[in-house]
Design a binder for this molecule. Sequence first.
Ligand SMILES: [Zn+2]
Length: 296
Amino acid sequence: MDYAPSPFLTAFHNGMILGAIFMAAAGILVYLFHHLRVSTISDYHLKYNYINTKEIQNYKLVYYCFAVAGMLLINLYQMDKMKEVELWFYVRLFMGIAGGTLIGYVAYLILEYYYPTRLDKKLKKWRFMPRINPNNQNKMRLLSEEEEDVHLQEGMIAEENVFSIDYDVWIDEKTGDVLIEKYEGRLQALKCNSCGFYTMRIIREEVTKTPTTDEPGELVKNYQCIYCKSVRATSFNISTKETEDYKKEKFKFRRNKDVELVKIEIHSVSGEKKHFEFQNAELAQKFLSEFDYEKS
Ligand SMILES: [Zn+2]
């Protein structure tokens, strides 16, 4: 005995097919839009900000679309055998909801706890990618000495919710041009030393010592891991320097900043060899200018 399914079931199954196609397409579109957006931001700092604030959010949306598509697809299972609304229809409906929820929840867990580790690598790439001076195309160098100090959002020093910021100062060593980028520390997830995930986030910041014009202040950042809930507190110096101060400041460059050790090997005419080690190029230079083979 073969007869056509009830009009309701036909409409229901068609709706599921169209809905699944639509949701899958929506997920793919969100994914493509996200990457298109990232690739159109040419400024590394803005790219960093966009990825930092939007990537996990957008990926979640992508997977939620897929989860709904999955839920709808499950409702097509054995559709050819179903001729009218029967018990199996409701069982399948329930399985669809459970399946879709499972897909969504697994995606949520991955994006919330596992993915930040990969995101951190991506973010570091854009944060430390050498900046190019727009005036002359010179490669700029990041001042690392400034990194330990944090700054406060203007006027927030007396407030409860201080949000500290980091300044990255890039310098063109040939011309002295300075490029300053602000990073909000609270938006960044750090590595948790207990569980190893990049899920440590700032929950509270306190000014423990107010900075004066002569002395830097102190700020304590309280972190908590959203995964294992362990806590950590770290104190930072509050720099009183403002963006403009960095521009005014004349930076003294240590040449060969990345040099850790200078080794010198001196060969005499008689075939003798002598080895010397120095902590930096200046000391080595000074030594060479005073060097006398006979006396040493
Ligand atoms: Zn943890």
